[in-house]
Ligand binder design. Structure first.
Ligand code: PLP
Length: 371
């Protein structure tokens, strides 16, 4: 059997990610590959660090992209910060909070679960109660923007409670970075990871990560060695740090060109403008969704503009609906996950894809398919 080039269909990506990649990012990625220790490449790495500090709103020196999907950003936080036997309070209100729990267990930690229903934000009161009961816990983990339900939690308040109880925070911002307000330093978040494929409009495969000195000190004071070689930040920083660079792994050169372009575009637009654009397009989508008689899973005050979870109307098979959108309109939207499978559809308005053309196209297609 002989194969020829793969030419993917041209889709409009309005699911939970990946989102549509900006043509400028794709063009940047097609530029010539150079060595990962080439001085020109190292200069670009420094720019990426500065651009990521802007996106995260932080001055943290340890602000880098991990060379792997967002799940590796999650794993990097847990394997570096959690030592065997340590208690970690983990807030679960969706699929990704549950993954955090598994990461804690695999790192040898003892998870203390604070649970909220899917579609509701993490409860600050429940976190406070858990920390009063488990006074020896030193880490709190939660998801800022739960992609499985489209709900945002109040990261600033949760981090304030954690700090009051002398705990570090590990925060998942995979879906929030670039799409809705996120202020790492002002909110006092300690270890934060994200992904390249959502509101940054880059391709999947990179995990922006930032840690402050409190988190770095905890890693330095570990009694046991980080059990992952690839994600041991002591080693990763030998390559990404500001001193003499040492080979750790071969960086995904062209993907990093793409991230650089995506972050430069975010800076050109301005972070606050990007947040406002996502909100504006969400409100336009909301009007159309409500005009069709459909409803949102999440109460208005806790909705993420970039991830819209819509309740599937009685008698509609959502798998058939999504297939028709894909086959007849080349439009990808997301299914419900876990307990919400079959009960919701998820419409993403992320990064470059958060524009009026996409909103109108999606509403037209949905109306036609539901008729
Ligand atoms: N955390 C959240 C909130 C996510 O939405 C995702 C992916 O959708 C991940 C983590 C994992 O990201 P990846 O699939 O890039 O590993």
């Amino acid at each position: 059997m002989s194969y020829t080039s793969f030419n993917p269909p041209v889709r409009t990506l309005m699911g939970p990610g990946p989102s549509d990649v900006h043509p400028r990012v794709l063009t940047a990625m097609a530029r010539p590959t150079i060595g990962h220790l080439d001085p020109a490449f190292i200069a670009m790495m420094e720019e990426i660090k500065g651009l990521l500090q802007y996106a995260f709103q932080t001055g943290n020196a340890l602000t880098i992209p991990i060379s792997a999907p967002a799940s590796a950003g999650m794993e990097a936080c847990f394997v570096n910060l959690v030592e065997p036997g340590e208690k970690v309070v983990v807030c679960i209100n969706g699929v990704f909070g549950a993954r955090m729990k598994e990461n804690i267990e695999r790192a040898g930690g003892v998870p203390i679960v604070v649970e909220d229903a899917m579609g509701t934000p993490v409860s600050p009161d429940k976190l406070e109660d858990a920390l009063k009961t488990h006074r020896d816990a030193r880490i709190v983990a939660f998801v800022h923007a739960e992609t499985s339900t489209g709900v945002q939690s109040d990261a600033k308040t949760l981090a304030g409670i954690a700090r009051h109880h002398d705990c570090l925070t590990i925060v998942d911002t995979v879906t929030s970075l670039g799409g809705s307000p996120l202020k790492v330093d002002e909110w006092g978040l300690d270890a934060v990871y994200s992904g390249s494929q959502k509101c940054l409009s880059c391709t999947p495969g990179l995990a922006p990560l930032t840690m402050n000195d409190r988190a770095v000190d905890k890693i330095k004071q570990r009694k046991t060695r980080v059990q992952s070689w690839f994600l041991d930040l002591n080693l990763v920083m030998g390559y990404w740090g500001s001193g003499k660079r040492a080979y750790h792994h071969t960086a995904p050169i062209n993907t990093l060109y793409g991230l650089h372009e995506a972050l430069a575009m975010l800076q050109e637009e301005g972070l606050e403008h990007s947040w406002a654009r996502h909100r504006h397009q969400h409100l336009a989508l909301r009007s159309g969704i409500e005009a069709m008689g459909l409803s949102f899973l999440v109460r208005e005050s806790a909705r993420l503009p970039q991830l819209n979870a819509i309740v599937v109307p009685e008698g509609v098979d959502e798998a058939v609906l999504r297939n028709r959108l894909l086959n007849d309109y080349n439009l990808e939207i997301g299914a419900g996950l876990g307990a919400l499978a079959g009960r919701i559809i998820r419409i993403g308005l992320m990064g470059y894809g958060a524009n009026m053309k996409n909103v109108m196209y999606c509403l037209e297609a949905l109306e036609a398919v539901l008729a």
